[in-house]
Design a protein around this ligand. Structure first.
Ligand code: GRF
Length: 205
C-alpha cells in the first residue's frame, strides 16, 4: 500500500513506522513524508531513511485551504493510498477529509474519547485518571473522533509528571501504530459504522 506520513515534530512515531517497515514487519511502501515545519525532526529522519520529503510551512500560504490543496496535489503525485498522521499538529479540514482519496489514520496519546485535542497527557494528569494510553483511529471530519482501531492502556503513577507519563505513553505508541497499520493493510480489520473488528492481533514482536 502506497503510504505517506505527515508529522510536525520530532518524528519518533514516524521512526517506529520506518523501522517496522525496514524489518519486514509492516508491508507498506512509505513513498513520502511531509511536515508543516521546515527542518523538523520528522523531515530529517525521512531524509536519513532515503524517503522523499516535503515541507508545507503554513507561513508560505495565504490560508489553510491553500496549504491543504498543496498536500492533496503532493498525495496525488505519489499516488498515496494510505495517509498516516504521526504527530501532525494541524487539524485537517472537513473539506480535505472529504476530498482525500485514501484512508487516513491518526495516533493520539490518550484513551479516546477521553482527552481529545492538545496536551492529552496533561489533561489526563489534571483530571486524575489512574489509567491512560494511546489510540489509533480512522480520521473523520471531527477532532480525534473517528472509529477506533486499537488502543493500549498504560498506568498513571502517583509520582508522574507530564513528561514521565508522555514517555510511557510514547513507548506504547511506538508498538501500537505499526501494529494497527499492519492489521489494516493485511485486511484484518472490518468496520461496521463506528465499531471496528480486528481478526488477529499480536504479530509484530
Ligand atoms: C505523539 O504523542 C502523538 O501521539 C501526538 O504527538 C506526539 C508526536 O510525537 N499526536 P512524535 O513526533 O511522533 O515523536
Amino acid at each position: 500500500m502506497r503510504t505517506a506520513i505527515l508529522a510536525s515534530g520530532r518524528g519518533s512515531n514516524l521512526q517506529a513506522l520506518i523501522e517496522a517497515n525496514r524489518n519486514d514487519k509492516l508491508p507498506i511502501d512509505i513513498v513520502a513524508v511531509g511536515s508543516d515545519f521546515v527542518g523538523s525532526g520528522a523531515l530529517i529522519r525521512a531524509e536519513e531513511a532515503g524517503i522523499p520529503s516535503c515541507a508545507f510551512p503554513i507561513s508560505n500560504y495565504p490560508h489553510r485551504q491553500a496549504q491543504e490543496e498543496d498536500i492533496l496535489i503532493w498525495m496525488r503525485e505519489y499516488a498515496v493510498e494510505l495517509l498516516l498522521l504521526a504527530g501532525y499538529m494541524r487539524i485537517l479540514s472537513p473539506q480535505f477529509i472529504r476530498r482525500v482519496n485514501s484512508l487516513v489514520l491518526n495516533i493520539h496519546p490518550s484513551l479516546l474519547p477521553a482527552f481529545p485535542g492538545l496536551h492529552a497527557q496533561r489533561q489526563a494528569l489534571e483530571y486524575g485518571v489512574k489509567v491512560s494510553g494511546c489510540t489509533v483511529h480512522l480520521v473523520d471530519e471531527g477532532l480525534d473522533s473517528g472509529p477506533i482501531l486499537l488502543q493500549e492502556a498504560v498506568p498513571v503513577l502517583p509520582e508522574d509528571t507530564e513528561e514521565r507519563l508522555s514517555q510511557r505513553i510514547l513507548a506504547a505508541e511506538h508498538r501500537l501504530y505499526p501494529e494497527a497499520v499492519r492489521l489494516l493493510v493485511l485486511g484484518k480489520v472490518e468496520r461496521n459504522g463506528r465499531r471496528v473488528q480486528i481478526f488477529e492481533q499480536g504479530g509484530l514482536e
